[in-house]
Design a protein around this ligand. Structure first.
Ligand SMILES: NC(=O)c1ccc[n+]([C@@H]2O[C@H](COP(=O)([O-])OP(=O)(O)OC[C@H]3O[C@@H](n4cnc5c(N)ncnc54)[C@H](OP(=O)(O)O)[C@@H]3O)[C@@H](O)[C@H]2O)c1
Length: 269
């Protein structure tokens, strides 16, 4: 069977992607559309989301619904429930995140709580809502965007990294709980990736080259390919080897200091 037919029969007929207005969410929308799945695209930015929806409709010929909602608000789930009535979501891509960069005590409590809402509570609610229906149907896939920052402490993104650890552990645990149920789960752990969101954080990339920047297109292609094959995945061969080797060779304390020193170069004054 062709790849797109296998993918569609396992994870179709509809996919829901959060944070689809730009970055890797847009790339997920493009590549999933190209595989023939209809799409519910979710984001907080109406104009950009409408553009992406229009582009994917035109290039892939699939049905695309754009739903504008704020994932930090509990009511978002009701909005999605209304907009997915009568639609079978076979693939959930929990991609949206709130990723402010800064020293912990220079960030407001409001910012920190928003990270918990968008990066932890919303993914949890999405999985609870759509994963339960997949389990009942014995068919489906869930991709949760974690991060390379999820596996050790990271200065300058302390809260964000902790929220990404939540996604990693949740996805890996579900991968095991749901093994054999027909529902596949994958945590994706990209290193720094050239998205609008990342560029808006204004890193001084010229000061440090610890690992190469990922590009959204191959990162998303790898994520879609690895769903159903492994609990978690670090996209990009160099990133994967660098992180895996460093974690095996360095004591945890050194690993935290190494990653932190890269962050200081990128974001320090
Ligand atoms: N890019 C990287 O270097 C990198 C590295 C590791 C992991 N990741 C993870 O990969 C995923 C995608 O990253 P990305 O860089 O592509 O993200 P991005 O460029 O920042 O895009 C995320 C999208 O989600 C939207 N969003 C944020 N908060 C929302 C909310 N409350 N309700 C609805 N939509 C909301 C954003 O809108 P606004 O722009 O208005 O906030 C944006 O359109 C994230 O989970 C991120 O943590 C990224």
């Amino acid at each position: 069977m062709a790849l797109s037919q296998t993918f569609k029969s396992k994870y179709g007929p509809w996919a829901l992607v959060t944070g689809a207005a730009w970055g890797m969410g847009t790339e997920f929308a493009r590549q999933i559309g190209a595989l023939g799945l209809n799409l519910v695209l979710v984001d907080i930015k109406a104009a950009e989301l409408a553009q992406v929806a229009e582009e994917v409709r035109k290039t892939s010929g699939v049905e695309v619904k754009a739903v504008v909602t704020d994932l930090s608000r509990l009511e978002f789930i009701e909005t999605l429930r209304r907009n997915t009535e009568g639609i079978e979501i076979g693939l959930l891509v929990s991609n949206a995140a709130y990723p402010p960069v800064g020293l912990f005590f220079e960030q407001s409590l409001e910012d920190k709580l928003r990270m918990i809402e968008v990066n932890c509570r919303a993914p949890l609610m999405l999985v609870h809502e759509f994963g339960a229906k997949m389990l009942a149907r014995k068919r489906g896939g869930i991709i949760m965007m974690s991060s390379g920052s999820a596996t050790q402490g990271v200065a300058y993104v302390a809260s964000y990294a902790a929220t990404k650890a939540y996604n990693l552990i949740l996805a890996e645990s579900l991968w095991d709980e749901l093994r054999g149920s027909g529902v596949d789960v994958l945590a994706v752990m990209p290193g720094a990736t050239r998205t609008t969101g990342f560029e808006l954080s204004k890193p001084h990339l010229e000061r440090s080259t610890l690992a190469p920047l990922n590009e959204p297109k191959p990162t998303v292609a790898e994520a879609l390919k690895m769903l159903g094959r492994t609990p978690s995945w670090i996209p990009g061969r160099r990133n994967r080897w660098t992180l895996t080797l460093a974690q095996r060779l360095l004591p945890r304390k050194q690993m935290i200091k190494l990653v932190g020193s890269n962050m200081r170069q990128w974001y320090g004054k």
